[in-house]
Design a binder for this molecule. Structure first.
Ligand code: SF4
Ligand code: ZN
Length: 307
């Protein structure tokens, strides 16, 4: 196959675009998709300050590099989750990557904050991933808000978005469906959230990271019970294989024709939010769920004589 742009030998075939690219031209295709996403969805401008959530994986590091190359004012934020034998490796990859590429980085340590994920695993009677995900979202938003950033960017790609949309649709979860999309506008206590990689598949982000020589953290988390949405991603892989372009059609069709109806529905249900008495994050009760979890773990550890 020949590169669709320069006619040299292609190394990446993209049936959904009816195209293929060589190692030099593929990053240009990638950049164009990111630029189109930012422009069409009005994600942010060159005058704004963007905080990028960095896990150490291919998506977040690829996004950070691409935004920097496009001249945006970006700062990375890594959350050190405090998972034994795992978190330090992810953190090291992020720190090395930022140093090598001269990128600003903030690191937030869950252990220092008072609740590493190892304690959640031991003392919270709920699936650890559900609580961990909630905590990460909480701190990303809080740090972006307190730091005065204009937007928080995450590395969610098209496969992530399609799998999530599919799961929400199977459950007809109107609250999640009303919020799903590449941009979640700022609201009282919430910073604008953006997903500049939503037009690119996991295959495409992996190729970008590889071609740019990005060293990623890919070890599985010891608490993982199997990646979330794995089954849905496999199903969609099959659909996309049979009919290239299905993923984007499904997601884009929802944005164009489905989302507004769910947003309208949820507007009527919407709860009143006020700042958490402990941490200032928006909540519908006095103290937010994250602060309550932290308190309850602390109490359990005190009772067990561990603090
Ligand atoms: Fe957190 Fe679960 Fe992901 Fe591990 S697998 S980092 S516990 S969400
Ligand atoms: Zn709180």
């Amino acid at each position: 196959m020949k590169c669709s742009r320069c006619k040299k030998l292609a190394c990446v075939a993209l049936p959904s675009h009816n195209a293929g690219f060589c190692p030099e031209c593929f990053p240009l295709f990638f950049s164009k998709q990111v630029a189109t996403a930012i422009r069409r969805e009005k994600m942010f401008t060159h005058d704004e300050r963007i905080l990028v959530a960095l896990s150490g994986g291919k998506d977040s590091l690829g996004l950070m590099l691409e935004l920097k190359l496009q001249g945006y004012d970006v700062t990375g934020l890594h959350i050190d989750l405090g998972i034994p034998d795992s978190s330090w490796k992810a953190r090291k990859k992020v720190e090395d990557f930022c140093e090598k590429n001269e990128l600003n980085l903030e690191v937030f340590e869950m252990e220092k904050w008072g609740l590493p994920i190892s304690d959640v695993n031991e003392f919270v009677d709920r699936p650890v991933c559900a609580v961990c995900g909630k905590m990460k979202r909480h701190h990303f938003n809080r740090i972006a808000r307190e730091g005065g950033y204009d937007a928080l960017a995450t590395g969610h790609n098209l496969d992530d978005e399609v799998a999530r949309l599919f799961a929400n649709t199977l459950r007809w979860d109107t609250a999640f469906l009303s919020d799903q999309g590449p941009v979640l506008p700022a609201a009282e206590g919430f910073v604008r959230k953006v997903k500049p990689l939503f037009r690119l598949t996991e295959f495409e982000t992996a190729n970008y990271a590889f071609l740019k020589g990005i060293e990623i953290h890919s070890d599985p988390c010891p608490y993982s019970t199997g990646a979330s949405f794995t089954n849905h991603k496999e199903l969609w892989g099959e659909l996309e294989y049979r009919s290239p372009g299905q993923k984007f059609q499904f997601y884009n069709g929802f944005l164009q024709r489905g989302k507004a109806a769910f947003a309208e529905l949820e507007k009527e249900i919407g709860a009143d939010l006020k700042p958490c008495e402990e941490c200032g994050s928006p909540t519908s009760v006095g103290v937010c769920s994250i602060c309550r979890i932290k308190k309850s773990v602390h109490q359990k550890k005190t009772e067990a004589g561990l603090v």
